[in-house]
Design a protein around this ligand. Sequence first.
Ligand code: ZN
Length: 136
Amino acid sequence: MFFIFGWNRPSITEYGPVKQELCYHCHNTEMWHLRKISRYFTLFFIPIFPHDSEILYLCPICNHGIQLSMADFESYKEIAQVNKACLENQITEEERAEKLDKISADVKKRQEERNLQDLEKSKSGLPLLQENLPRN
Ligand SMILES: [Zn+2]
C-alpha cells in the first residue's frame, strides 16, 4: 500500500476590487484587487487542509502589490464584497457609500482598541520588569 501526498497545491480566491491606488510599479491608477492564496496538503491529489496562506492586495494591470496581515484582510474583504455587490447592481451607489463609511468607522474603532490593548500590555508589563531587576 502506498500514499501519494503533496504540500503545495495552491487554491486562489479572488475577492474583487477594493480601492483605487496609484501603482508604484506601472504608475497606473486603478482599483486594486484582493486575492488569497491558500496552499493545501493533498492526499491522492485531493486537498485536505490549508497549511499556509497569503493575502495579496494587487494592481490588476501588472500584478504587483503588497502582502496584507490577517487583521487587514477582514476589512479589505468587506470593502471588496460591497464594491462587488454594487458592480452587480445588488445595491445602489448610495448604499455602497453608506456601507463603506461604516466599514472605515469599524476599522478605526478596531485600531483604537488595539492601541488601547497595547497600552494596557505595556502598563502591566512594567511591574514585572521591575520585579526582575536586581534589588539594592
Ligand atoms: Zn501596476
